[in-house]
Write a protein that binds this ligand. Structure first.
Ligand code: ATP
Length: 476
């Protein structure tokens, strides 16, 4: 067992605490102890544990209270109860309120060890399930049910699938689901953002290169096709591929083989191609900006992922799942959405779709009081015409170009766009400039529906530069 796993022991008897610490330490586990409920609550709030063992009777209350609290606040953390010898009622009660198991005093070391092993395995499984849940394509609307049924069918085939949908609707998630449900599930899934690779590096990125084939090629490097061999290559933002690269890609798909830059021989590759874009690819074909033959080849099966506003009925379910996932990651209980928050979400158009919903809820979770998120906590962008005169975003702001108001930056700071340079005396210049950058990037992200490729282009910087800035400014 890994020694990074830790157990919280709650018991007022010093000798029992010592026995448990000794036994669990020998199993390679870290332990912390608390003699009271209050001390346990404090430890739980400041660290995360993989298991809690608690006595039933504590000086300031019952261990049952702790079981209940852990189940709501830290779902996924197993709790076991230590009960007095022969107290069957207490043991049953503990199981009813959600304890994983119980062990009675005097504690039998073998029984304890078995219980701990099972509890830790249970916790691992709960985490795995949570991960699987979080990657599931949720929704009960007709559109989502149809989409899931279609995915189940196309997953069985090896045909290329072209996924169309607005930004943030879940195109990559659809691609991952097709891969996971298909015969290649044990092979690699390699996503590539075609708009993010510099044109001059594209051939080498896709097909690899031989050492010395160009300046900087210090060693042989396999490309994305080789990385995806036996699995799936997901071409995201496929419309961004430059025309010369489209020719090479078509050849690779048709021949099922690639030639690394500088190599003399072709290499066979076995890759299923899935691709996606938020653009109207058939229009690009009509405009001669995308090759008809490649379009025909990658679009053997077409899937359309509906915009969130077209399936507003999925909002409560999606919001709930997103809040639970976020809260779990923050080791806190998931708050509920107040009625006015649900109504506000249902009335909003979500230009950035599910990704925007995730961003909105993440910020709301950080701002909301304990158990409820209200419409005010959501800070939904207000359509421009309906803004009030006293709102901070002035018409003179150089960044107001879209139809929506900028999202407030988090943590809230003085909006630099409304500050005259003459007022900045006394403000450290780097942080003032960072505030301006942050606001401009947030505005551009929103106007480009959280599509980073488009956002970078709109800001006149490279995709890599945008990614760096998002990280540096703590936006992502
Ligand atoms: N139906 C859904 N159920 C649960 N989560 C979803 C669903 N659709 C999208 N998401 C989540 O929304 C986020 C955006 O999804 P994804 O990246 O797949 O969108 P996309 O359409 O590929 O975006 P882009 O066009 O910007 O590349 C992800 O975190 C994804 O898990």
């Amino acid at each position: 067992m890994s020694e990074t796993r830790s157990v919280l022991i709650v018991d007022d008897e010093h000798d029992i605490r010592e026995l448990l610490v000794l036994t669990l330490s020998r199993m390679g586990l870290r332990t912390e102890t608390a003699p009271t409920l209050a001390a346990a609550r404090e430890l739980l709030a400041s660290a995360s544990y993989d298991l809690c063992l608690t006595d039933m009777r504590l000086p300031d209350g019952s261990g049952l209270e702790l079981v209940g609290e852990i189940n709501t606040r830290y779902p996924g953390m197993p709790v076991a109860m230590i009960t007095a010898y022969g107290n069957v009622e207490a043991a049953v009660e503990a199981l009813k309120v959600g304890a994983f198991d119980f062990v009675s005093k005097p504690v039998d070391i073998h029984v304890l060890r078995g219980l701990v092993r099972q509890a830790l395995e249970l916790g691992e499984r709960a985490k795995r399930n949570a991960d699987e849940q979080s990657s599931r394509l949720l929704g009960t609307s007709d559109a989502m049910v149809t989409l899931r049924n279609t995915i189940a069918k196309v997953a069985r085939s090896q045909a290329p699938v072209f996924i169309q949908g607005e930004s943030g609707t879940g195109k990559e998630l659809v691609a991952r689901t097709i891969h996971a449900q298909g015969a290649r599930a044990n092979g690699p899934f390699v996503p590539v953002n075609c708009g993010a690779i510099p044109t001059e590096l594209m051939e080498s990125e896709f097909f690899g290169h031989k050492k010395g084939s160009f300046t900087g090629a210090h060693s042989d490097k396999p490309g994305l096709f080789q990385a995806a061999d036996g699995g799936t290559l997901f071409l995201d933002e496929v419309a961004e591929l430059p025309l010369p690269m489209q020719v090479k890609l078509l050849r690779a798909i048709q021949e099922k083989s690639i030639r690394p830059v500088g190599a003399s021989a072709e290499i066979q590759v076995d890759v299923r191609i899935l691709s996606a874009t938020h653009k109207d690819l058939s229009q690009l074909v009509n405009d001669s900006r995308f090759r008809h033959d490649l379009y025909y080849r990658i679009n053997v099966i077409g899937l359309n992922v509906p915009a969130l506003r077209e399936r507003a009925g999925d909002l409560p379910l999606l919001s709930d799942a997103i809040l639970r996932r976020l809260a779990q990651a923050m080791q806190r209980s998931a708050p509920a959405l107040a009625d006015d928050a649900v109504a506000a979400l249902e009335a909003y158009r979500f230009p950035g779709n599910v990704r925007e919903l995730e961003n909105i809820l993440e910020r709301a979770l950080a701002m909301a009081d304990e158990d409820r998120i209200t419409a005010a906590d959501l800070h939904l962008p207000v359509p421009r015409g309906t803004q009030q005169a006293n709102q901070p975003q002035s018409a003179a702001s150089p960044f107001v170009t879209g139809t929506h108001q900028a999202l407030p930056s988090s943590p809230p700071s003085r909006d630099p766009r409304t500050v005259s340079p003459y007022e900045t005396a006394g403000t450290a210049l780097p942080s003032f400039i960072e505030d301006i950058e942050r606001a401009a990037i947030q505005q551009a992200l929103q106007e480009n529906r959280y599509n980073k490729t488009k956002t970078a282009a709109a800001l006149g910087i490279t995709f890599r530069a945008l990614r760096y800035k998002l990280k540096k400014l703590g936006i992502d």
